[in-house]
Design a protein around this ligand. Structure first.
Ligand SMILES: Cc1cc2nc3c(=O)[nH]c(=O)nc-3n(C[C@H](O)[C@H](O)[C@H](O)COP(=O)(O)OP(=O)(O)OC[C@H]3O[C@@H](n4cnc5c(N)ncnc54)[C@H](O)[C@@H]3O)c2cc1C
Length: 403
């Protein structure tokens, strides 16, 4: 298997994806050109429009058909690893700040939905980090203490107050610490709003070459049309080779299965977003139409050479969800898919200018909460356009791991 996404993704299958955008047929001049039409590029397009910055977004394939089509879209403020595991790469003060920024990004999505309507099945959720292993109880307790001491709204759960139907030795419940969305609908809604405000969007239009000029750059696209812009935003997800030979993080393949809608979701209190404490971890959510999605079983990106490996992983995930939710007796898997996923040493993505080309900016939501990082990126980059540097942008510095 090659490429970044494989299988039959849930969200592009259940939605009407006929919403086609045209391709570029003329030369253009704009303030910002955004390369990549996934959720990240669309978030950038929305924030540019909101700040009265003219933008053109180009997507080489179809809008929201890359990693965005397979994301489970669990939006959680926490990072992939617990604070105690990250301490060598990032200070505890910065971890707390990142948690706060995650919560801030969640509020931004809520504001968007309040202002423009809930067209993306947005639901605010509590999030649960738990373990079924006695050996890992301390790790959960430590993370609970860390968050509690730092003012986050968390609750500790153990066997004595476990209201979930599955085996739980220790758990950390983050109140209103997350949300779920349909990423396909969210991406298209962001673009709908942006286009109304003057943003331009083209699909089937690939950036082939970037020509750096005195101020800004010219993006050469497929079929020869050019876009001249003051700034270029790279929102191409896990494929950045056109812009830099920098190795941004470690690539993995992660697997998902989604069930058919079940009659009743029993033993799963209030649709809480679930993540276990294993390495690699499993992540689990429900959908508005009563499906269950479970993901995980990550392997090194290079390791996936045959469909057989993927089917083994899907089968493990199916067994896991069935054994966790024994009260749900009509679990039937309908969609199976996997995709590339990239993370960094400190679990944080990249936002900001390239070292060599000042007018080339990155918005790369690497790490488990890529979508929330993209929200922060859209906000920070739209401020940067007006030379206003956000203090928190240093946490996402593109060159922070350079010697
Ligand atoms: C199975 C799975 C589950 C995940 N679950 C979560 C989750 O629960 N929560 C979360 O926050 N994140 C999750 N992620 C990560 C998640 O996918 C990302 O956070 C997010 O969807 C990435 O969106 P993106 O727009 O950055 O990338 P993409 O959707 O891949 O968009 C990048 C786009 O750029 C286009 N492109 C590339 N090169 C060019 C070019 N030269 N010219 C024009 N266009 C170009 C591509 O075609 C692509 O459409 C998951 C990932 C996987 C694989």
């Amino acid at each position: 298997m090659q490429g970044y996404v494989k299988g039959k993704p849930l969200f592009t299958s259940i939605n009407n994806t006929n919403n086609q955008y045209s391709y570029l047929t003329e030369d253009l001049e704009t303030d910002v050109v955004i390369i990549g039409g996934g959720v990240t590029g669309s978030i950038c397009s929305y924030y540019m429009s909101k700040s009265n910055i003219k933008s053109v977004l180009i997507e080489k394939g179809r809008i929201a058909h890359g990693s965005t089509s397979v994301t489970t879209s669990l939006l959680q403020y926490e990072l992939d690893e617990n604070a105690s595991e990250l301490i060598e790469s990032i200070s505890s003060k910065d971890i707390v700040r990142l948690y706060e920024l995650g919560l801030y990004a969640l509020k931004e999505i809520e504001k968007f939905v309040d202002e423009y309507g809930n067209k993306c099945d947005y639901i605010k959720r509590d999030t649960l980090l738990y373990t079924s292993k006695n050996l890992e109880k301390n790790s959960i307790k430590e993370e609970y203490k860390f968050r509690k001491e730092n003012g986050l709204d968390v609750e500790y759960i153990d066997e004595s107050n476990n209201l979930y139907g599955f085996d739980l030795k220790a758990g950390l419940l983050a109140k209103k610490g997350g949300a779920e969305i349909d990423p396909y609908k969210f991406t298209n809604h962001l673009l709908e709003v942006s286009i109304k405000e003057g943003g331009l969007v083209y699909e089937n239009t690939e950036a082939k070459k970037i020509e750096y000029i005195n101020e800004g750059a010219i993006v050469h696209t497929s079929y020869g049309y050019k876009i001249k812009a003051k700034k270029v935003i790279v929102a191409t997800g896990y494929n950045t080779s056109l812009f830099t030979n920098k190795n941004f993080g470690s690539k993995y393949t992660t697997f998902n299965i989604a069930t058919k809608p079940v009659k009743e979701i029993r033993g799963w209190k209030e649709g809480v977003l679930i993540r276990d404490n294993s390495d690699p971890y499993n992540y689990i959510r429900t959908t508005k139409d009563n499906r269950l999605i479970i993901g995980g079983e990550d392997i090194d990106f290079k390791e996936i050479e045959s469909e057989e490996i993927a089917f083994e992983k899907y089968s493990i995930l199916e067994q896991r969800i069935k054994s966790m939710f024994k009260e749900i007796d009509d679990i039937e898997v309908e969609y199976k898919y996997c995709g590339c996923f990239e993370t960094t040493k400190d679990n944080v993505g990249y936002i900001g200018p390239d070292k060599k080309h000042n007018d080339l900016w990155y918005c790369l939501g690497y790490g488990a909460n890529g979508i929330l990082f993209a929200i922060l990126g859209g906000m920070m980059l739209s401020k940067l356009y007006y030379n206003e540097k956000d203090d928190d942008m240093k946490l996402f510095d593109v060159n922070r791991f350079d010697n």
